[in-house]
Design a protein around this ligand. Sequence first.
Ligand code: FES
Ligand code: FES
Length: 161
Amino acid sequence: MITISLNGAEHTIKSSPETPLLYVLRDELGLNGAKYGCGLGQCGACTVIVDGKAILSCVTPVMLVASRSVITLEGLGAAENPSAIQRAFIAEQAAQCGYCISGMIMRAKALLDRSPSPSDADIRAELEPHLCRCGTHMRILRAIRRAALDPKTPNSARATQ
Ligand code: FES
Ligand code: FES
């Protein structure tokens, strides 16, 4: 059996090793933050963070994340206690249907963790694999800029020690 570290807790997985991580998260573990968009690695809705990197969980067999650190949207914060990046998306109202937003937030989080003060070009290049059919692109950019300036964002350009 495969064990994964998910949002800081160890989980033993019953699904077969070839099962896409997205299906394990949603169907076996009941975590619905990561979304099924295309199922083909082409939209970004299913993005989660593995060992600090944004990955597409719909095309990642769960066996590839065995013993690695997996973070999903649920690992960032909850409605009653949102993280800085989630607060920034809420403040900028950076969603219409919201279907793409979980994936956008996870990739933005990975970007800000390694690059606390990204340029607009950096943000645009990073988010390029993500599709948003509703067209909130400018609000999404503003939300990521806002999070980068929030002292409560880990590694923020303005974070105090
Ligand atoms: S659902 Fe994974 S990239 Fe679209
Ligand atoms: S807000 Fe609807 S797909 Fe992005």
